[in-house]
Design a protein around this ligand. Structure first.
Ligand SMILES: Cc1cc2nc3c(=O)[nH]c(=O)nc-3n(C[C@H](O)[C@H](O)[C@H](O)COP(=O)(O)OP(=O)(O)OC[C@H]3O[C@@H](n4cnc5c(N)ncnc54)[C@H](O)[C@@H]3O)c2cc1C
Length: 503
């Protein structure tokens, strides 16, 4: 069989699902190739931040998933005797107008995403189909696949291919792209526990036990489930460590009554890695295929979802001829440094809480307890670095207020640029220009009304009179005058004649 699609997405983990869904919502004809016949039955990711929640919102499944999640009530750093050293707050709101972060049960989450994406008219999901070979030319990509049910080999053609095929990424290997080590490789024992009584209150916040003899971490997962991760030490024998008596010894300080079933115990090597290149011609990488990080900040999948949000609007525009193909160069240009910075934060955090040096640990604990610690422990997502699509005042996520009537701003804007200005006069000229460049919606602060207060606060803080927001909700530019930003963009990416700049 020979079929042609606009995009082939290889891999239907959470990142492949988001990628296919965000493209599908834009009407792109997508084929998903996934070798497994069902969603992975055990959780890996458990924590999702507001950027990921915002992507679920765009996919149309946030309101179904959110009630099934548990709020992140913060992280307690503790010493070996479970004395609290410091509390990193959770439960805060976020710029996205959504909880800052939540815990979820991944198999449940994946099933909802799968249902939503599979229902999209322009997306075809083929499970039990394994990509076995790739060939890429100037006009498209040919993929060879093995159908595990029939045993047949199929050739599929697509204009573009995105490898969302996980850490081992056959796509990345076939591209011949190496991984750069960001200096972290540690083995940890990962346990998924289910309380036999279904109790959800055995642990209501995440804890990081900074015991230099064996650092460990635990957090709640919905449905009376818990995740615990213990550092492996030199000389540990994984099989012996995973035996029930040993697990009970490890877990008893935190879960003293031990009425749990172990749903999974496995040793993972946590890495800090980034692909040396995220694109070769018409093949792109996203998610774990492009980067991996230790899970201490719960950012691995979240970063992959941000890849999908960054790439989908760009690829859809290039496919429709609405913007030039150079737009796709900004994908790696924006995402790779951002991910490296997040990986670096996760690595530094891991080293800080996981030191095995007794004296260093004692000094750390003393400083934390005395309030002398100057190291910021709450993780802040960096802004995108300046580039062709990130100009003065740009790079961070734009606030999302809930508007009068209950609609969230992103839902109102949809797949368009958003221009917000203090006055109609400021808006009139630039909005017309933006509409000639790409679909846009423009609004004054007054028109947003009292519910737009987070937006006016955001603009006040930056001294901005006008702001342009990209379809992925990232600020393109904010300031008093956006001529430089818009002229730069028009030169780089426009594929049609633009109306003259109004000044
Ligand atoms: C212990 C642990 C805890 C974690 N906790 C968190 C957390 O709390 N928060 C967070 O954000 N992240 C967390 N992560 C990271 C997170 O799990 C990953 O970043 C995320 O699963 C990556 O998703 P993905 O879709 O890129 O890859 P995957 O989920 O690995 O999906 C890849 C898919 O590609 C398919 N595939 C592979 N090869 C082929 C082929 N040749 N043909 C067809 N299909 C193929 C696979 O079957 C698979 O379904 C954690 C990771 C671990 C190990």
């Amino acid at each position: 069989m020979n079929a042609r699609y606009e995009v082939a997405v290889i891999g239907f983990g959470p990142v492949g699902m988001a990628m296919a869904g965000l493209l599908g919502r834009r009407g792109v004809r997508v084929l998903v190739v996934e070798k497994s016949t069902d969603v992975y039955p055990l959780p890996r990711a458990a924590h999702i931040d507001h950027t990921g929640l915002r992507t679920l919102q765009e996919l149309g499944c946030l309101d179904e998933l959110l009630p099934r999640m548990l709020p992140n009530r913060g992280l307690a750093l503790m010493d070996a005797s479970l004395r609290r050293l410091i509390q990193v707050p959770g439960d805060q709101g976020s710029v996205s107008g959504l909880p800052a972060s939540m815990y979820f049960y991944q198999p449940d989450f994946d099933r909802v995403l799968e249902r939503v994406v599979t229902a999209m008219e322009s997306v075809e999901v083929r499970r039990g189909l394994e990509m076995t070979a790739l060939d890429s030319g100037p006009d498209g990509v040919t993929v060879e696949c093995l159908d595990h049910t029939s045993g047949d080999t199929e050739r599929i053609e697509a204009d573009w291919l995105i490898g969302c095929d996980g850490a081992a990424s056959p796509v990345r290997q076939m591209m011949g792209v190496a991984l750069d080590s960001l200096g972290f490789d540690e083995e940890w024992l990962v346990l998924d526990l289910v309380d036999r009584l279904g109790r959800e209150d055995l642990l209501t916040e995440a804890i990081q036990v900074c015991d230099p003899r064996r650092p460990y971490v635990a957090n709640p997962i919905p449905g009376g489930r818990y995740r615990a991760e213990f550092m492996l030490l030199p000389g540990d024998e994984p099989a012996a460590l995973m035996a029930r008596p040993s697990l009970e010894r490890l877990l008893s300080p935190v879960f003293p009554d031990l009425r749990f079933d172990v749903e999974r115990s496995a040793v993972y090597t946590f890495h800090g890695l980034s692909a040396r290149s995220w694109r070769k011609g018409r093949i792109l990488l996203a998610g774990d295929a492009a980067h991996q990080m230790p899970p201490f900040l719960g950012q691995g999948m979240c970063s992959g979802l941000r890849d999908a949000a960054n790439l989908a609007w760009k690829l859809a525009r290039v496919l429709r001829g609405r913007m030039s193909a150079e737009l796709l160069d900004t994908y790696e240009g924006e995402r790779a440094p951002h991910v490296r910075s997040v990986v670096q934060s996760a690595v530094e955090f891991g080293r800080f809480v996981g030191t095995r040096d007794i004296e260093e640990a004692a000094e750390r604990d003393r400083r934390l307890l005395s309030g002398e610690n100057s190291r910021p422990l709450g993780f802040q997502l960096p802004a995108l670095t300046p580039g062709p699509l990130v100009h003065e005042g740009g790079g961070s996520l734009f606030p999302q207020p809930t508007l009068t009537g209950g609609t969230r701003l992103d839902d109102e804007v949809g797949d368009r640029f958003l221009v917000v200005a203090r006055t109609r006069a400021l808006l009139e000229g630039t909005a017309g220009w933006w509409n000639s460049f790409d679909d846009s919606v423009s609004v004054t602060l007054d028109e947003l009304g009292p519910t737009g207060e987070p937006v006016s606060r955001w603009m006040d803080r930056r001294g901005a009179d006008i702001v342009v927001v990209r379809p992925d909700r990232c600020v393109l530019a904010a300031g008093a005058d956006l001529t430089a930003a818009t002229v730069g963009m028009s030169k780089a990416f426009a594929t049609r004649a633009l109306t003259p700049w109004p000044h």
